[in-house]
Ligand binder design. Structure first.
Ligand code: ZN
Length: 345
């Protein structure tokens, strides 16, 4: 019997879950950005402007959904020491369309009533004093989760954060396995190693890929930071509620280009159906990675992996001829109740 890891019902919707508009330091208005992404086949956009959460439901239409969110930053000593300062940036996305109250806000630091008259914050909540340390960051993550937000940990490479920094962060929903604007700028912002680090330390989080676009450069040039990394969300329908449900349940994969059409377990084997790839890789918690090729055609579109209960977790990466990758979320064998492969003695 097939056990689908990405639900069979519904449709895939292409999403950019991290972007910046003229509301903060981007150069396109939310409307221009929506039109641009829609014209390129996207269905979902979240304007995660720095420290400013403004709903853009007026831009939602039949074929396009705007999510509400913002990016909050914790920095070491940013203003005096920009080139060295470590940073922890989180994107938070409201899971309820009606939720327009910004969590973890500091009124005097971030609120400019002239510019940000639309901002709502909880008057009963004391100002949230941010410091760059794991305790403070974890408190913010917990508060945002408690207040109904989907929390992602962003671009560890650009942030100059290493294992000993990020491994202390707890309770996010997901991390950016790829952040395209950072990648464009020259950082090695494909973070599969960091993702495995979290998983191996029992942090059961998902992975997303985002543009984090600011669109400051010429759209025709190689440094244009849109359309390089996206998240494909499998939702019952294109509504705020269904997309939130898919986010919380991990019904999505992260990609720089390749597509994943199907992912299921059957009789102890993991099956992956994908766009033509050079190879398909399965990473597990142990030294038992597996890769699949098509020796005849050089193009693989269906890969099969034997999964052992003792593998702990498994996740798939599809790699195309240009080296672009699509990554599934990780699945844990102690909670995924399916038959596992039993090798003959
Ligand atoms: Zn950003």
């Amino acid at each position: 019997m097939k056990h689908y890891l990405l639900p069979q019902e519904g449709a895939f919707y292409k999403a950019n879950l991290h972007s910046h508009s003229t509301v903060s330091d981007g150069t396109l208005t939310p409307e221009e950005m929506k039109n641009l992404y829609k014209s390129r086949g996207y269905s979902i956009l979240c304007c995660t402007d720095h420290e400013i959460m403004i709903p853009h439901h007026d831009l939602t239409d039949e074929g396009f959904l705007m999510l509400t969110g913002f990016e909050l930053g914790f920095d070491e000593n940013w203003r005096t020491d920009f080139l060295d300062a470590k940073v922890c940036d989180l994107c938070v996305i409201a899971l309820d369309k009606e939720n327009i109250t910004q969590p973890c806000f500091h009124r005097t630091k971030y609120h400019n009533p002239e510019r940000n008259s639309q901002i709502c914050f909880d008057e009963a909540e004391p100002d949230f004093e941010r410091e760059y340390n794991a305790d403070c960051i974890n408190t913010a993550i917990a508060k945002c989760r408690e207040k109904g937000f989907f929390v992602t940990y962003n671009h560890p490479t650009w942030s100059l954060e290493h294992y000993e920094d990020y491994i202390k962060y707890k309770g996010m929903n997901a991390m950016e396995i790829c952040n395209y604007s950072s990648f464009i700028d020259g950082y090695d912002e494909y973070n599969s190693k960091a993702y495995d680090d979290f998983l191996r330390k029992e942090q059961r989080i998902f992975c997303i890929a985002t543009d984090d676009n600011h669109n400051r450069r010429d759209p025709a040039c190689r440094m244009w930071d849109s359309f390089g990394a996206f998240t494909m969300i499998k939702a019952k329908e294109l509504t705020y509620e269904s997309v939130s449900e898919a986010l919380v349940n991990g019904w999505f994969y992260a990609s720089q280009g390749p597509e994943i059409y199907g992912l299921w377990m059957e009789d102890g084997r993991l099956h992956v159906e994908c766009s033509p790839a050079d190879k398909v890789v399965c990473t597990v918690n142990k030294r038992r990675c597996m890769s699949r090729y098509n020796e005849q055609t050089g193009e693989i579109t269906h890969a099969v992996f034997e999964i052992l209960k003792t593998d702990g977790f498994f996740r798939v990466t599809v790699i195309d001829k240009n080296g672009k990758k699509a990554d599934t979320n990780a699945f844990f064998t102690d909670t995924l109740d399916v038959p596992y492969f039993e090798p003959e003695e």
